[in-house]
Write a new protein. Structure first.
Ligand SMILES: C[S@@+](CC[C@H](N)C(=O)[O-])C[C@H]1O[C@@H](n2cnc3c(N)ncnc32)[C@H](O)[C@@H]1O
Length: 382
């Protein structure tokens, strides 16, 4: 076929695509009216996750590149939500009211049940490997998690090396025990690893790893009180955003349980993070979206989105909480830019320099005055 014919066909197809986009666009008036009548937020993660999964499946069945299909679908969904905001004169597509806490807790347990069997494969060892360009199991798109884990693992090790004593370590929200394995079991006399999810604890205990006798796993929900005596803990860790879930405002309790000179490493979602304003509906490179409007986190796993409780903080609120409890505090935020890159776009090799530049800048921004990183990592000292 000659090039003029091909160009004519392309023009026709482009016109058809635009016609379909317009048809879809015009249906938003009805969707917006229905959402208003039923008090539903514009952003409906469970519906989007299921839709994207369906699109992915049909793309794969047709032999279309799945990331390309997601990119198109994501852009269309994003514009549809913007249109609904415009029609309803809303300044956010996000839900602004927090769902009942019991519902969020049920979601967390469901999320853990789904992720426990694959958790080690997905998240373990990332802070420990050679830092290769491909990142985790999904390649470059997981590099933000990879970079975060790596940085956090180093920080945990540095904090442990600076402790005056290594008696009891407490890991709150231990999941299947990646931190116990990499940083705690060889360095403390006793390690207590706690998680609300029985699925996570069972998966930890059933893993191939031989846990030493001084490591105890416990399926318990941490509530207002920490499960430890006064002045008994050399090191408390609650990492990878988990302090937002399990220790939202536990400053006095942390002061109570830490031994003199003891330290805690907490990781919170940042209320001021740039990534809170994510553009695409698909999972970010961190796979979890923090909603600063209602203190929840949306975790996307395949065709499902689980919304769970997460109390976000600002650098200022962490500083104030820790200082009021008499704890010294050092703070970083990380990553700032990498978590803005849409995951499906990161596959193409020509994005490599952008990814590397974002990582370099994130390293520099971590301890700077610009506190817009996705996670706030705080090291508290009694
Ligand atoms: C981000 S994940 C795991 C982080 C893990 N330390 C790591 O390095 O991969 C958070 C974990 O915290 C647990 N969790 C959340 N809230 C909790 C609570 N109130 N008490 C105990 N565990 C909790 C969840 O069940 C989940 O396994």
């Amino acid at each position: 076929m000659d090039i003029d014919n091909i160009r004519n066909m392309l023009r026709t197809i482009d016109g058809q695509i635009m016609g379909l986009v317009l048809q879809r666009w015009s249906l938003m008036t009805g969707v917006a009216a229905w959402k208003k009548e039923h008090g539903k937020p514009i952003h409906a993660p469970a519906v989007e996750a299921a839709n994207l999964e369906r699109i992915l499946e049909s793309a794969q069945a047709m032999g279309l590149d799945a990331d390309f299909a997601t990119e198109i679908a994501a852009a269309i969904i994003k514009h549809s939500k913007d249109r609904q905001c415009e029609l309803l004169e809303l300044d956010t597509m996000l839900p602004t009211i927090q769902p009942p806490i019991g519902e969020l807790r049920t979601n967390l347990l469901k999320l853990c049940a789904v992720t426990a069997p694959v958790y080690d494969n997905e998240y373990d060892q990332w802070g420990r490997d050679d830092g290769s360009q491909t990142g985790g199991p999904s390649g470059r798109r997981d590099k933000a998690i990879h970079a975060y884990r790596k940085r956090e693992a180093k920080l945990i090790d540095d904090v442990i090396a600076s402790l005056p004593q290594h008696e009891l370590a407490l890991d709150i929200g231990c999941a299947t025990g990646p931190v116990v394995k990499s940083s705690l079991e060889d360095r403390f006399e006793v390690v207590r690893a706690i998680d609300v999810s029985e699925d996570m604890i069972r998966a930890a205990e059933a893993s191939d790893h031989q846990w030493p006798g001084h490591v105890e796993f416990e399926a318990t929900e941490v509530r207002a009180q920490l499960p430890a005596g006064d002045n008994s803990v050399s090191f408390l860790v609650c990492n990878f955003g988990t302090a937002s879930e399990a220790l939202p405002n536990h400053w006095q309790e942390i002061h109570r349980v830490l031994a003199p000179g003891g330290k805690a490493l907490l990781s919170f979602y940042n209320k001021e993070a740039l990534s809170n304003f994510w553009y695409y509906p698909g999972p970010t490179t961190l796979r979890a979206h923090y909603n600063y409007r209602n203190d929840t986190v949306e975790v996307w796993v395949g065709g499902t989105a689980f919304t769970v409780f997460a109390q976000g903080h600002t650098v200022e609120s962490v500083r104030e909480g820790a200082s009021a409890a008499g704890l010294a505090v050092e703070i970083q935020t990380y990553p700032t830019l990498y978590s803005l890159l849409p995951p499906f776009a990161l596959k193409a090799p020509h994005w490599g320099p952008l990814c590397d530049a974002a990582t370099d800048m994130d390293d520099k921004l971590a301890a700077s005055e610009v506190t817009r990183g996705t996670y706030i990592t705080a090291v508290l000292t009694k």
